[in-house]
Design a protein around this ligand. Structure first.
Ligand SMILES: Cc1cc2nc3c(=O)[nH]c(=O)nc-3n(C[C@H](O)[C@H](O)[C@H](O)COP(=O)(O)OP(=O)(O)OC[C@H]3O[C@@H](n4cnc5c(N)ncnc54)[C@H](O)[C@@H]3O)c2cc1C
Length: 473
C-alpha cells in the first residue's frame, strides 16, 4: 500500500473528525431553515405573479446559473467539456500528480489513451471550424478566446497538469493561424488537424523561452538588449538552427514545434518562426523539469544542434517572429486567466466538501460564521474572475492591456483562493491527497508562465504608455 492510499484510508476512517451526512440536514447555525416564513424561499412565494419574472428565489449552483446565461452553443460546449473533464481527468488527477517523475521517452500509462480520446473529441483541432477543424459552425460565431476560456477552466477544475497536456498544443499551432501565412497553414496545419480529427494525436509545441531569456523574449525593452541564444544560419535551401529552448510545454511529445530563432549576427528584431519536426536530425529533448505543479504536463528543454530546416518551414516570413510572438501572447494570456478560474473553482469545491464533513468542537465546521465568511469570499472571488475573463474574451481582438490584466489579476486571486481553501482545511489542506493543495501548486505556475505577473503588469502599463505620457507635459 503506498503512502497516498494510506492517507485516503485514514481520512475515510476518521469518524470522530468527520460528521455523517445526516447531521448536516438542519439549517446552518445563524440561519433560518428554508421552510421558515423568514426564509427567502418562503417570502418570495408571497410575491405577486406580476413581479415573478424579475424576483425569484434561485438556489441553483453558481456554475449552473453561469452556464444558463451563456449563448446556447457555448452553454452546450461548457457542459460537454465538464462531462469530459469529470469522466476522463478527475479520476486520474491525483494518481498522475503524485506519480514518479519519468525520464524523457517514457510516459505514464493512461496518458496515450487520454491524448487519443482528446484528439477524437476535437480538442486538438478546435481553433478552426468544420470541416477544417472540429468547431461546429454555429459555435464559431463566438470568439475563440471565449471558447478556449470555457474549455480550459473546466479542464483545470479537475487537473492542471492534464489540462496543460491537452491545451499547450493550441499555443504551438498559433503561429500558423496568427501569421496569416496561408501556404504554411495549408502545408502544416491542415494535415495535422486531419490526423487529430481521426483520433491520432499530432501535437505542436511553442518555443520562445531560452536558458538565458524568459521575460526578455516577452517584453520589448529586455528584447532590445538581449543577444539571442537560438540562432538560424543561412545554408543552401534553408536554415541551420542551433541553440536551446527550455520549459517548453509538451516539447517532449510534440511531433512539430514552432520555434523562434534570430538570424545569424542579428538581434531579436530578426526573430523568425520555424516549423521544426521531432524527427529532424540534430533535434533532441535534453530533459523534462521536475516541477511543483501541473506535473502531468512536461516542461522540456530542447536542443537544436545544427538542425536543417528548409525554406518552406519558415512561418510568416523572415524577421516577422517578434510580431507573431507578441500577438500570440495577447491571445494566449486570456486562457491562462481562465485556467486560474478553474483552479479557484476546484479549490472552492474542495473546501466546501471539507467544511460540510469536518467536525470541530462537536459541530460541523460549516456552522462557524468565520467559515461561512471565508467561503463567501472564495465564491465571490471565483465568480468575479470568471466574469472578468468572459467579459474580456467576448471580442475577436485581444489587446495587450486587457489580456495582461486578466492574466495577472486572475492568477494572483486564484492563488489566494487556493490558500484560503488550504487554511480552512488546516492539517488536511497540507496533505498531498487533497485537491486544494494540488490546485494551489498548479495555480502558482500560472503566475509564472506566459510572462511572469510582473511582466504582465508592465505590459499593461506599456499599453497605456502614450496616455500616461500625454499627462506628463
Ligand atoms: C509550467 C511552465 C510552462 C511553460 N511553458 C512554456 C512554453 O510552452 N513555451 C515557452 O517558450 N516557454 C514556456 N515557459 C517559460 C515561461 O514563459 C518563462 O519561465 C517565464 O517567462 C519566466 O521566465 P524566466 O524564468 O526566464 O524569468 P526571468 O526573465 O529570468 O525573470 C526573473 C525575475 O525577474 C523579473 N523581471 C524580469 N524582467 C523584469 C523587468 N523588466 N522588470 C521587473 N521585473 C522583471 C521576473 O518577473 C522574474 O521575477 C513555461 C514555464 C513554466 C513554468
Amino acid at each position: 500500500m503506498n503512502a497516498q492510499t494510506k492517507i485516503f484510508e485514514r481520512l475515510a476512517n476518521d469518524k470522530p473528525l468527520f460528521a455523517s451526512h445526516q447531521s448536516v440536514q438542519k439549517p446552518l447555525d445563524g440561519y433560518v431553515s428554508t421552510s421558515s416564513l423568514y426564509s427567502t424561499r418562503r417570502a418570495f412565494e408571497q410575491i405577486s405573479s406580476l413581479s415573478k419574472p424579475i424576483i425569484q428565489y434561485n438556489p441553483m449552483e453558481v456554475w449552473e446559473q453561469d452556464t444558463r446565461r451563456l449563448p446556447r452553443q457555448l452553454a452546450k460546449y461548457r457542459r460537454e467539456v465538464r462531462d469530459f473533464s469529470v469522466q476522463h481527468l478527475q479520476p486520474f488527477a491525483q494518481e498522475i500528480d503524485l506519480a514518479e517523475h519519468l525520464p524523457v521517452g517514457l510516459s505514464h500509462p493512461g496518458i496515450d489513451k487520454l491524448l487519443k480520446l482528446a484528439a477524437k473529441k476535437g480538442f486538438f483541432s478546435d481553433m478552426l471550424p468544420k470541416p477544417l477543424g472540429s468547431v461546429p459552425l454555429l459555435r464559431y460565431r463566438y470568439p475563440l478566446a471565449w471558447q478556449q476560456a470555457i474549455k480550459v477552466e473546466e479542464l483545470a477544475r479537475s487537473c492542471g497538469g492534464l489540462m496543460l497536456l491537452l491545451s499547450a498544443h493550441n499555443l504551438g499551432i498559433a503561429p500558423l493561424l496568427m501569421s496569416g501565412d496561408l501556404g504554411a497553414a495549408r502545408r502544416f496545419l491542415l494535415p495535422a488537424l486531419k490526423e487529430n480529427n481521426s483520433g491520432e494525436p499530432h501535437l505542436f509545441a511553442y518555443g520562445i523561452t531560452e536558458p538565458a531569456a524568459g521575460s526578455d523574449v516577452e517584453e520589448g525593452h529586455g528584447a532590445s538588449l538581449y543577444k539571442p541564444g537560438t540562432v538560424a544560419k543561412r545554408v543552401s535551401g534553408g536554415w541551420k538552427i542551433t541553440g536551446r529552448k527550455c520549459f517548453i510545454s509538451g516539447g517532449d511529445i510534440a511531433k512539430s514545434m514552432t520555434i523562434f530563432a534570430a538570424l545569424e549576427g542579428e538581434g531579436i528584431e530578426s526573430w523568425t518562426c520555424f516549423l521544426v519536426r521531432k524527427n529532424m536530425p540534430g533535434f533532441s529533448v535534453v530533459r523534462n523539469e521536475l516541477k511543483m505543479g501541473m506535473r502531468a504536463s512536461s516542461a522540456a528543454e530542447l536542443e537544436f544542434d545544427h538542425v536543417f530546416v528548409p525554406d518552406s518551414h519558415v512561418i510568416g516570413g523572415l524577421r516577422n517572429g517578434w510580431a507573431i510572438n507578441r500577438s500570440i501572447l495577447n491571445l494566449s494570456r486570456l486562457p491562462v486567466a481562465a485556467m486560474a478560474v478553474g483552479f479557484a473553482q476546484g479549490a472552492t469545491d474542495a473546501a466546501m466538501d471539507f467544511v460540510c464533513r469536518y467536525k470541530l468542537g462537536g459541530k460541523g465546521l460549516i456552522h462557524y460564521q468565520e467559515t461561512q465568511l471565508e467561503l463567501a469570499q472564495m465564491v465571490a472571488d471565483t465568480s468575479a474572475i470568471r466574469s472578468l475573463v468572459w467579459q474580456s474574451s467576448q471580442s475577436w481582438v485581444s489587446t495587450q492591456g486587457k489580456s495582461a490584466l486578466n492574466k495577472f489579476y486572475c492568477t494572483d486571486l486564484a492563488v489566494k483562493v487556493c490558500e484560503r481553501a488550504m487554511d480552512m482545511m488546516s492539517n488536511h489542506g497540507g496533505l498531498h491527497c487533497n485537491s486544494a493543495e494540488k490546485a494551489f501548486r498548479d495555480a502558482r505556475l500560472t503566475q509564472i508562465f506566459e510572462g511572469t505577473n510582473q511582466i504582465n503588469r508592465l505590459a499593461l502599463i506599456e499599453d497605456i504608455q502614450e496616455q500616461l505620457m500625454s499627462k506628463m507635459s
